[in-house]
Design a protein around this ligand. Structure first.
Ligand SMILES: Nc1ncnc2c1ncn2[C@@H]1O[C@H](COP(=O)(O)OP(=O)(O)OP(=O)(O)O)[C@@H](O)[C@H]1O
Ligand SMILES: [Mg+2]
Length: 235
């Protein structure tokens, strides 16, 4: 289980998140929705261990182990994965080299043919593997490549920060497909999104948490996501 307990997070001197609690079991999908600036990316970054996001109190527990204080690369090795809202471009590193290294570091066997197949499944030709990481990729291509990484690494728990923002209808299907496949393999997923559209493509039930002003204000099932889509976050 991936547990977030009474988490309070600051950036600099400013408290951005208060008393966040989440319990994600293997194969479960937890959706986080909330207005712009409500702290969703802050939560994602704090969970993966980005040093700018300071955990003031609370705990992050992965399968019984307290990982609150350990560095980002160790969290990754323990099976936590983050797909970024804004994937970075690395102009000096070939995507294939990056993936082979990432797989090796995470104890997976680096198999180029398998990587090609997974990229193809995400609608990305082999050519993307020969390009530098995200370099000149379109918005939708970047997001699909992030989700290809998730399929390759098969993490225990994945945090996806707006994988469906700015993507076209076909890309959305690829992304929803990757989420469904990971869930069925037992990955627990925290999905940050603004749209119920992607949730209509999810083949199973899910939990919804509404984050506003740095706090979880409401929790429920799929009906809560529909309500947000229809009525927004207002009362
Ligand atoms: N490095 C920083 N320094 C100061 N304030 C920051 C920093 N990073 C984020 N913030 C602020 O923290 C708040 C939460 O930002 P965050 O990126 O978590 O929002 P979000 O819910 O992901 O929004 P969006 O839906 O637009 O992606 C915002 O008011 C933002 O301006
Ligand atoms: Mg964000």
């Amino acid at each position: 289980m991936f547990e977030v307990k009474n988490l309070h997070v600051s950036i600099g001197e400013t408290r951005k998140l208060r008393d966040i609690n989440l319990n994600v079991k293997p194969g479960e999908l937890h959706v986080i929705m909330g207005p712009n600036g409500s702290g969703k990316t802050t939560l994602a970054m704090a969970l993966i261990g980005h040093p700018r996001y300071k955990i003031d109190t609370g705990k992050i527990i992965l399968n019984g182990e307290d990982i609150t204080g350990i560095p980002m690369h160790e969290r990754t090795r323990k099976g936590l994965f983050l797909s970024f809202q804004h994937p970075v471009e690395i102009d000096s590193l070939r995507y294939l080299t990056f993936l082979l290294e990432a797989l090796k570091k995470n104890g997976k066997s680096p198999d180029v043919e398998w990587i090609k197949r997974v990229f193809e499944k995400m609608g990305l030709s082999e050519e993307f593997l020969q390009r530098n990481v995200n370099s000149g990729f379109s918005g939708g291509e970047k997001k699909r490549a992030e989700l290809a990484q998730m399929l390759l690494l098969s993490p225990k728990y994945a945090i996806l920060d707006e994988p469906d923002t700015g993507v076209d209808v076909d890309s959305m299907k690829f992304i929803a497909g990757a989420i469904n496949e990971s869930l069925s393999r037992g990955t627990g997923i925290i999905l940050i999104t603004h749209y119920a559209r992607i949730l209509n493509e999810i083949g199973k039930g899910f939990h919804v948490h509404i984050l506003a002003g740095g706090e979880i204000k409401a929790e429920g099932g799929p009906e809560l996501a529909e309500k947000v889509e229809k009525q927004g976050f207002g009362e």
